[in-house]
Design a protein around this ligand. Sequence first.
Ligand code: ATP
Length: 226
Amino acid sequence: MKEKMEKETKRKKIGLFGGTFNPVHLGHLRGAEEIREAFRLDEIIFIPSAIPPHKAMEEIIDAKHRLEMVRLAIASNPYFSISDIELSRPGKSYSIDTIRHFREGCADALFFILGGDAFVEIETWKDFQNLFTLCHFIVMARPGFQKTPVASQLPGPLTPAFQYDLETKVWVHLSGCHLYFKEISFLDISSTKVRELIERGDSARYLITPETEAYIHKHGLYRKRG
Ligand code: ATP
């Protein structure tokens, strides 16, 4: 009994935060920090994606740069770490494979973190119904988010598999995994905006970390090729 209790208390809560991070910006970092605190996560692992199935290839710079910019941007936060799992896997990167990778042989509680904008497209993700059998999900919602639980918070095909638990205020999947909607500051920053600024020679200061900015300039990233 004592052994079981010790095991349970050692079970960590790990957040998995996937994205293109092209480049990583303060919206990503602030979002992750707010989620970490709200859910008392022990760690958040940033997972840059290799070839995101939903995005146009031309605009996405070399994975090694995106990885390095995340590494630099999170260096001062002891709760943030990075994984190159999606970059080291050949071919397209799918979240379901990534979650399975972290799930394997791991007793920790896993929470996949994504923005509301990404969640509304979840039906287009590979094997999306099964995602919710593997780990908990946290959707970062924009300010003003409709808090009252309504089925329309979920994409149609997901609704039969979820029930709202009034007591804990959480959507519960048939598998027992949870789906949380958490309102965060959601800074009005996007990687697209950062790339556009840099492309036209403007400053992206205060939208990205100074380390990311220095790296971009050092390597001449996102500048229009002559
Ligand atoms: P792009 O402008 O190139 O589409 P992006 O800024 O949306 O990129 P991604 O790398 O695609 O960045 O996002 C990774 C994850 O972070 C997604 O789940 C996305 O919804 C979320 N996200 C994006 N911008 C913000 C933000 N400002 N605050 C919180 N989360 C964000």
